[in-house]
Design a protein around this ligand. Structure first.
Ligand code: PSU
Ligand code: MN
Length: 307
């Protein structure tokens, strides 16, 4: 296989050589999704959770123009704490590489790089999607269009209620991206357990997800992603009243501040984290760690022969 200009961390090179299961992790949640300095601690906890569940973590990002699959601890610390780390979607990768930039990869860029590196499972918090009022702004995350042609399982807690959840599900259908709930038929809304929409498919174990990965390879049809939506248990979600109030304020501030484009998601996340006295942060961290654990279990299940 061609590895293009991808550089592998030593731990990932070893894992690939030994045929051990690997889980891809994104870096935008570290650099732009979580407040400093909690972000560094959380980035390390995510990696440890993957290891605790039997797989090898490969956090993806760009350092000095080099696309890294498996950042080492010092590089993760750099992307967590440095100023001026770019937010890189797929379209930015070549420009950032040529400019020797430091950058954090979004779900779109991380998925594309993971697939190029033949890593089939990726854990994140929430997916990007169709923004509210996208009919006017055209603001739809490139996560969706990239996943239409990127064969990877993305373990996430659905999309944030800061987006238009229904429109996002419609676009995923149009784009041919498969969506299944993990032990549920309701699509989660990230901070909240239930995002308000039904799903056609439910998968109940890592082995069942591994069966889907195998079936996709067998058929050779439809090289898009599988979104595995893993909701928080009801007693761990953000209090819906706190959620609705915070979201309302955040959307008003957004309009008043004329914040648009790629700044929207980080702005709203920061607003939640600043105004809920740590509640939304704790929930956000729980989501990511649960997804990391499940992704690792899926990677392990799909590395072993079918039952
Ligand atoms: N959803 C979250 N937290 C995040 C993101 C999404 O709950 O940090 C990040 C992901 O990296 C995602 C990106 O790919 O935001 C989407 O940004 P945009 O809407 O600009 O495409
Ligand atoms: Mn956008």
């Amino acid at each position: 296989m061609t590895d293009f200009a991808i550089r592998y961390g030593e731990h990932v090179t070893r894992a690939r050589r030994d045929g051990r299961p690997v889980v891809a992790l994104e870096s935008t949640i570290i650099s732009h999704g979580l407040p400093h300095p909690d972000n560094l601690r959380v980035a390390r906890e995510i990696e440890q959770t993957v290891r605790d569940n039997g797989a090898v973590p490969a956090t993806i990002g760009m350092i000095g123009g080099e696309l890294m699959v498996g950042l080492d601890d010092g590089q993760i610390e750099h992307l967590a704490l440095a100023d001026g780390v770019a937010k890189l979607s797929v379209r930015d990768l070549a420009v950032a590489a040529a400019r020797r930039a430091d950058g954090a990869t979004t779900v779109a860029a991380t998925s594309a790089v993971a697939a190029a590196a033949e890593i089939g499972v990726f854990a994140t918090g929430g997916l990007g999607g169709v923004h509210r009022e996208a009919n006017v702004t055209f603001d739809e995350s490139a996560d969706l269009t990239t996943l239409a042609h990127t064969p990877v399982v993305v373990v996430c807690a659905g999309v944030k209620s800061i987006l238009d959840v229904g429109a996002t599900l419609e676009r995923l259908e149009t784009l041919g991206v498969a969506v299944a709930g993990y032990r549920t038929r309701r699509f989660p809304g990230f901070f909240v357990t239930d995002g308000g929409f039904d799903l056609d498919w439910e998968l109940d174990s890592p082995a069942q997800v591994a069966d889907v990965i195998r079936a996709r390879a067998d058929h050779g049809v439809g090289a898009g992603a599988l979104i595995l939506a893993n909701p928080l248990p009801l007693d761990e979600q953000l209090d819906p009243a706190v959620h609705d109030r915070t979201l309302g304020e955040g959307l008003a501030l957004l309009a008043r501040g004329k914040i648009t484009g790629k700044a929207v998601t980080p702005f709203l996340l920061a607003h939640f984290h600043e105004t809920t006295q740590g509640q939304s942060l704790a929930v956000n961290v729980r989501i990511i760690l649960r997804n990391a654990a499940l992704a690792a279990q899926i990677a392990v299940a799909s590395a072993s022969p079918a039952a």
